[in-house]
Design a protein around this ligand. Sequence first.
Ligand code: ATP
Length: 238
Amino acid sequence: MTRETVLKVDNINVFYGELQALWDVSIDVHKGHIVSVIGANGAGKSTLLNSIAGVMTPRTGTMEHMGVSINRMRPDETVAQKIALVPEGRRIFTRMSVYDNLIMGSYPKEARQFRKRNLERVYHLFPKLAERRNQRADTFSGGEQQMLAIGRALMSGPELMLCDEISLGLAPTIIKQIYKRLEEVNDEGMSIVLVEQDIHQSLKEADYVYVMLKGRIVLEGKPSDLNVDQVKAAYFGV
Ligand code: ATP
């Protein structure tokens, strides 16, 4: 039996002014899957996630989440459609407490009624956030701030989480811890799109992989059907 497709991005073309950043990009995400999008700096990975999250609007092409068109949605509308972005560089509110950062994540009307339950879930997942709930976020290490960014995204009660280079600049042990938590969330049924530069990490985590080069998808497949050399060749465009 094939799994239900929850996200369908079909042939999107995305521009920054006159500069085209994505060329006919299509991806499918099945329910409960982890999909990795890998590529070098500037390949278009963040542009893809930002387009899905409504931060950018494709000029052409279509996008659907759980059967609803998200083509022209603003970020607050995609959050209400149960899509959460963990942005590159975390973008947490550094002068605010951990608790206040998390509460900011639960602003959609639909999420407010589940605030208490979602908060407990985040604290259970990341006990450090619970221990230090009243501390300002700028007293946190990079890894802890990343956990907070993920926790904030979870507070909106998403069905699909878009994670933009969450391992960037973190120590391997911290990366391992964070990925373990993501696996737990995934085991509960959350679909996840992971953008990473790290080929090995991506192949390890994913049910399905897309490789991007200069704004295009140049290779895709299940990790078991791809070999590392093939992926590296596509990644570097050789
Ligand atoms: P990185 O790992 O560096 O974030 P990426 O794969 O996420 O890389 P994008 O950030 O999506 O790549 O960039 C795709 C292309 O769009 C690049 O050529 C980049 O220079 C360009 N680009 C990104 N942001 C802007 C912007 N604000 N204005 C103009 N061009 C941009």
